[in-house]
Design a protein around this ligand. Sequence first.
Ligand code: FMN
Length: 329
Amino acid sequence: MGLALQPLSIGNIELKNRLLLAPSGTGTGDGDGHITEDTLRWFEQRSKGFAIAVTEHAAVDALGVYHKNMITAADGSCIPGFSRLAGVLHQNGCRCLLQLDHGGGWDLQALRGCLDLEKNPDGHSPADELDDCVLDGIVESFGKAARRAEQAGYDGVQIKGCHVFLLGMLFSPLTNHRQAGRYSGQTFEGRSRMILETMRCIRASVGKDFIVSARIAVQDYFPGGSTVEEAARLAQELELAGADLIDLSGGVKYYYSNPYSTAPGYFGESAGWIRSTLKKPVVLTGGVSSLEQADILLQEGKGDIIGICRAVREKETWLQEALEKQQGI
Ligand SMILES: Cc1cc2nc3c(=O)[nH]c(=O)nc-3n(C[C@H](O)[C@H](O)[C@H](O)COP(=O)(O)O)c2cc1C
């Protein structure tokens, strides 16, 4: 049996294998940000065979919503829907983490506009606009949302600290131009503060066996952007702040892609090095489309768990078919 199908523990939680259904916006929320029957159906087949799923970005408060059908964890009315979704995933033997996110008061189109450094050369972003006290309040919102996920029966949460959204933008020097204050873009401490404070706040709000993960960028792959050394330092500090699982993706400019590679596990080189500096398990996602590729990446030490999004997004029975093929059925 390849490494991908061997069990692994995160804290006291045992995973049946090392395959993770990576977060993927489904656009199935109702206008109020609640889970719908379509959301449940989206996960029904796709989660089969995976040890763990990170369900799509959910806004932690009303200001954090950045598209019309976005799911939210902004108040207690979300709990019954999340409870049903956790039920579907658990029924399939799949542990689940709720990804928590914030758009900083901007909509998706405006957020994506920040990526176009030709049209937006100064990288102006929501990370530049919000007062320190507003950011402090958003940290608290993450803590409350995590508590709601726990009440709904999720196994954990994931802080979204990368891509074009608020926490990722505060971390990247390309999009955080704050000159002073607690979240200043002028220092590593200022840029990393929001992600670290959020980790501490969530850890203090939930039980000790509840998994808390952070998804961060391995680097920005852009001059003047965040570096792999900074990502390793951030991951180490997240571990000290209570993270159980570090999930590695891309930065603000190229989102979840690597501009230099489309090979399976295209963040693997950076991820393997970051992993070598950590104690907690690491998720590597990007470009994986077969179990054989996942096995090789795990053997090479590029991650402890392999995340898969597009392969299973495009074909909902992708993993079930791959498992049957491997078992010669
Ligand atoms: C349509 C779509 C929606 C996505 N939504 C999310 C999301 O909600 N949160 C997140 O962190 N990443 C999101 N991603 C990124 C994926 O989790 C993953 O990192 C990326 O697709 C690369 O992995 P893959 O090559 O297996 O698809 C999304 C990707 C796609 C294609």
